[in-house]
Design a protein around this ligand. Structure first.
Ligand code: DAH
Length: 344
């Protein structure tokens, strides 16, 4: 092979090397230790001395051309490799971000928020209270006689020290009146406990919203108007309410109330929501007794007022189509996760 064709061949191979590995192979083939050009230099010793210098210069010219081309191609390929690496690692700040799983409000809290918003519009204070109660506030002061079935061991979680887990939010009526003078309007939100077998509509722990209004000349009409206003707030201007006589020791007269409710699927029925009534004089008397024992004035005897209590679980089950009350507290992400991300 002539010098020229050896050089042409090498330069072509260099130009065609797609990456640094291929280029290294070309380098080894031509100018490596036993490369074609290197071998050619090894033949110089066999030439007569007077020819060696000229021949040496010729081969070195070929080698120089090849090495220059190698260096140039190597720089090019290195830059290309770097560019490719940078491109692959580049951050495109215009890409959409990764979704962050957001929390959400529990369905019971949503219903509570709806309810308390309605009562706040009507000027009510919103309060909470202790879940561990004493017998006096939970039963006695609410005119629940010792022989009432609700005081049975079977309905109440008793603590070893004689206290209990409140079975309703009504004891907060007593606590609030002991500490505040009439006139007053207040709703209580919080957990209550019943010692009973659980099923699709019963849980050992659930929630209540309790209302209490005390003043002068408060009547059953005010109570009915208030419940109707709540129903309209929950279910729109055409909502209807129904009252049926019922017995609760702390009210007289007492009633149960229901709301005519039409769901988005077009079904409608009476939704039994809770109990209510006009505050029993014995409750006012028990409050004044407690106030007196604390050195406060007796201010409740002779006042009038109403109270009501209802369960947000019933509203939430219908509103969100949740068929079993136990789903609320099983912490199953498949159920509760459906309420994720819609804060409000
Ligand atoms: N405390 C009752 C219960 O847990 C509900 C209730 C009924 C509350 C009548 C009231 C009321 O304030 O007036 O079943």
């Amino acid at each position: 092979m002539t010098d020229q064709s050896l050089q042409d061949q090498a330069l072509q191979a260099i130009a065609a090397a797609p990456d640094l590995d291929a280029l290294q192979a070309v380098k080894t083939r031509y100018v490596g230790k036993s490369g074609l050009v290197t071998k050619e230099l090894g033949t110089l010793g066999k030439l007569p001395p007077e020819e060696r210098k000229a021949r040496g210069a010729e081969i070195n010219a070929v080698r120089g051309a090849i090495e220059a081309a190698l260096t140039e191609r190597e720089a090019l390929l290195k830059q290309a490799a770097l560019d490719a690496k940078l491109a692959s690692e580049a951050i495109d700040v215009t890409l959409p971000g990764l979704p962050l799983p957001a929390g959400g409000l529990h369905p019971i809290n949503r219903v509570y928020d709806d309810l308390t918003a309605i009562y706040e519009r009507m000027g009510y204070a919103v309060i909470e209270g202790p879940e561990v109660e004493d017998e006096h506030h939970n039963f006695e002061a609410l005119n629940v006689p010792w022989y009432h079935p609700a005081r049975d061991l079977q309905d109440t979680f008793w603590l070893e020290d004689g206290r209990l887990l409140r079975t309703h939010t009504s004891p907060m009526q007593i606590r609030y009146m002991v500490n505040h003078e009439p006139a007053l309007k207040v709703v209580v939100r919080g957990k209550v406990y019943r010692y009973e077998a659980t099923d699709a509509t019963h849980e050992a722990m659930f929630h209540q919203l309790e209302g209490l209004v005390v003043g002068d000349g408060i009547s059953m009409t005010d109570l009915k108007g208030t419940i109707a206003e709540m129903a309209r707030g929950l279910y729109g201007p055409t909502a209807r309410v129904r009252f049926q006589p019922s017995y609760y020791p702390f009210v007289e007269p007492g009633a149960d109330f229901a709301v005519w409710w039409e769901n988005p699927r077009g079904e409608s029925k009476w939704l039994e929501l809770g109990g209510c009534g006009m505050i029993h004089p014995n409750v006012f008397k028990a409050v004044d007794d407690l106030r007196e024992a604390e050195g406060r004035e007796r201010v409740y005897e002779g006042k009038t007022g109403f109270a009501f209590g209802l369960g947000p679980e019933r509203i939430a089950m219908l509103k969100y189509g949740i068929p079993d009350i136990r789903y609320f507290y099983a912490n199953d992400p498949k159920v509760i996760g459906q309420f994720r991300g819609e804060l409000g």
